[in-house]
Design a protein around this ligand. Structure first.
Ligand code: CTP
Ligand code: CA
Length: 227
């Protein structure tokens, strides 16, 4: 095999990445989920590993392979993802690309919920999941660099700026998820990088290219941070 002799600016850096959806159980056979494919988060994990980082990917249930050169942990629920991420601290940087379910059913039935004639559908009592990014963004072991995502169908930059402040992130990768056949599940992405310094609009490119550019930006930012 050819030796990869490119420089490794992230050698010695531990970076946590979350990716994919979470599955929130209703009963043994049913769950609440979303359309996240994990493609963007997995591509970011792979790109960071190519730059030499020790990448710990915490992935929800996805239909794609574990990225090469990355230590991947598989979880189902938001609570499991949060526990794994917190166990991985401290780290130099963390990238929260997962589409974490905002809510879960308060209870998960031990037995399959049956249709009962005349009773109608079950009323699911939903409760809010913990915000993993916000927890890490305000953690006593906060990584020097915290990157979040914002999936929005309207007011993209305004909502991303609000998330930047509220969640304690350094960057928000803002994503317009409104268009039909768009970013969710697709191979291309058009993002804006929102930080305190302003908004950087990137042209539409493949998710792999977004990942490569984001990894380079993270390497650039971590250069000034002493190990
Ligand atoms: N996030 C998280 N844990 C959650 C919800 C979101 O870590 N329980 C992270 C996502 O991984 C992403 C960022 O927070 O990096 C923003 O997610 P998003 O769904 O866009 O924002 P929310 O704060 O959940 O707000 P809303 O869905 O109402 O827009
Ligand atoms: Ca959300």
């Amino acid at each position: 095999a050819l030796l990869d002799s490119r420089p490794k600016p992230l050698a010695g850096r531990k970076i946590i990445v979350t990716s994919g959806p979470t599955h929130e159980p209703i009963d043994p056979v049913r769950y609440i989920a979303n359309r996240s494919s994990g493609k963007q988060g997995h591509a970011i994990a792979a790109a960071l590993a190519r730059l030499g980082a020790d990448v710990r990917l915490v992935s929800g249930p996805v239909g794609i392979a574990d990225p090469a050169g990355v230590t991947t942990l598989h979880v189902e629920t938001a609570n499991e993802m949060k526990d794994e991420v917190e166990k991985l601290l401290p780290a130099d940087a963390a990238v929260f690309a997962a589409a974490v379910a905002d809510w879960r059913s308060e209870t998960s039935a031990d037995e399959k919920i049956k249709k009962v004639a005349g009773e109608g559908p079950p009323a699911l009592q939903m409760i809010e999941n913990p915000d993993i990014l916000s927890g890490v963004g305000h953690h006593r072991k906060r990584p020097s660099l915290v990157v979040g995502f914002a999936a929005e169908t309207r007011d993209l930059v305004r909502n991303a700026e609000a998330k930047l402040a509220k969640k304690g992130a350094d960057f928000i990768v803002a994503n317009d998820v409104s268009h039909e056949g768009g970013v969710m599940g697709g191979d291309r992405n058009r993002v804006r990088i929102v930080s305190k310094a302003g908004v950087d609009e990137w042209p539409e490119m493949s998710k792999d290219e977004v990942a490569t550019r984001l990894a380079a930006l993270i390497a650039e930012r971590l250069k000034t941070v002493v190990v």
